[in-house]
Design a protein around this ligand. Structure first.
Ligand SMILES: C[S@@+](CC[C@H](N)C(=O)[O-])C[C@H]1O[C@@H](n2cnc3c(N)ncnc32)[C@H](O)[C@@H]1O
Length: 261
């Protein structure tokens, strides 16, 4: 299966995705809107609207792109009145110059060879591109090691699972943009004012909640059903043996890039 197909598995459980997936920090929304250029806002890969609802609460002219009709149906219910276009970013042509393009946990699903140019073309001069992601870290070293063993046993260790990072994997001090964002390489050829915004929070799941969370992750959805259930059973067994919850430090990172004025 190609990466783009993997990006289309979320609709298989749109309602459950909406129930279990985390939202984003309110401060991120106000900070990004303050830095945006004037004009309308475009969201790429809006999903069921976890970020959309936060942005739509502000007085902005917001349009969403979401290619999966099952996700789009939940999105329309979540943010009535916000236009939703059922399209990938690659399949859509800009209708006007946007002051801000956001993408929550979805920019990695857009064709990496085209996404910088597509964002540049969607933005008005001076407009801001702001993709962001929640990064989950397991601070408990013993639990982190035990979960890493389960992942390695099932061959998931090469492909980040949602509990594969320990706080030591994410430096405390800000790094140069290119080091923070190796996957965004090439962005500097079109954009300026490159910088990262960081927000920190904590999140805790019961084993049942974490089981549902794992079911919503594309890495697990890509496994055939019996393998998926075995891996998830083994993961949850480790959490239950360790205590009655799994606690995360959650860092939300925003990559900012401005189209030159
Ligand atoms: C992990 S979900 C994130 C959804 C939502 N933004 C959130 O924060 O929960 C990724 C979303 O990107 C969408 N997607 C996948 N490929 C895409 C593409 N090429 N262009 C735009 N959206 C895409 C998927 O349908 C899915 O809804």
């Amino acid at each position: 299966m190609t990466t783009r197909e993997r990006g289309q598995v979320f609709g298989e459980l749109a309602e459950e995705y909406d129930r279990i997936r985390p939202s984003y920090p309110a401060g991120l929304v106000t900070d990004v809107l303050e830095l945006a250029g004037p004009g309308p806002v475009l969201e790429v890969g809006a999903g069921t609207g976890k970020a959309t609802a936060l942005f739509a609460a502000h007085d902005i002219d917001l349009t969403c792109l979401e290619p999966d009709p099952r996700m789009a149906a939940v999105l329309r219910r979540a943010v009535p009145g916000v236009p939703v276009i059922e399209s990938t970013f690659e399949g859509w042509a800009p209708d006007r110059g946007y002051g801000l393009v956001i993408s929550a946990q979805a920019w990695h699903w857009v064709d990496r060879d085209r996404r910088n140019t597509l964002a540049f073309e969607a933005l008005a001069p001076g407009g801001l591109l702001a993709p962001f992601w929640n990064v989950f870290l397991v601070p408990d070293r013993e639990l982190h090691t035990a979960l890493a063993e389960v992942d390695a046993r099932h061959g998931l260790d090469g492909d980040h699972s949602p509990h594969s990072l320990h706080p030591r994997d994410v430096p405390d001090v800000p790094r140069p943009f290119a080091e923070d964002w190796p996957d965004l390489a090439g962005i500097e050829s079109l954009f300026t004012d490159l910088r990262t915004l960081r927000y920190r929070a904590t999140r805790s799941y019961t084993p049942a909640e974490y089981r549902a969370h794992l079911h919503s992750i594309s890495l697990y959805r890509m496994l055939d059903e019996s393998r998926r259930e075995t891996v998830i059973d083994d993961t949850i067994a480790v959490i239950e043996a360790h205590g009655d919850r799994i606690d995360f430090a959650v860092h939300t990172l925003v990559a900012l890039a401005r189209r030159p004025a």
